[in-house]
Design a protein around this ligand. Sequence first.
Ligand code: 5GP
Length: 144
Amino acid sequence: MTLHDSYDPDNIFAKMLRGEVPCVKVMEDDVALAFMDIFPQAEGHTLVVPKDVEARNLLEMPDDKLGPYMQRVQAVTRAVEKALKPDGIVVTQFNGAPAGQTVYHLHFHIIPRREGESLRRHADGGPADTDSLKGIADRIAAFL
Ligand code: 5GP
């Protein structure tokens, strides 16, 4: 996938937004859905996707929807901090396959970091246990 291509309405995050594929939810409102990454790079790795847009990446996000969406990204990041008390937090986003993007619906990653703990590989490795993800999601959601 290049930076500019048509939006695939059957990408995995679009299916989650339509409720066709399950996810471990952290929050959902009329602007965004936040859920646990199934292949977490660190404990608490959360994704935030915007609703009602066909934006494959940040470049394609309509101006008027960006502000409300980024408020949700910030709110979830704050909740991750309060719930998990990490030493640092990576908030990141990839545009296009050469940049590391693998799912083509805009999303931000919120990845808690701890001193001395290395990051697991991106979009790789085995899936996390659903029950443990639910436990973490509940802890984060308590601060939203
Ligand atoms: P990207 O590479 O596009 O920036 O990030 C996509 C992210 O989605 C990766 O971190 C990957 O682990 C995650 N992911 C891929 N498929 C699924 C899935 O089916 N469920 C969940 N919860 N996360 C997924």
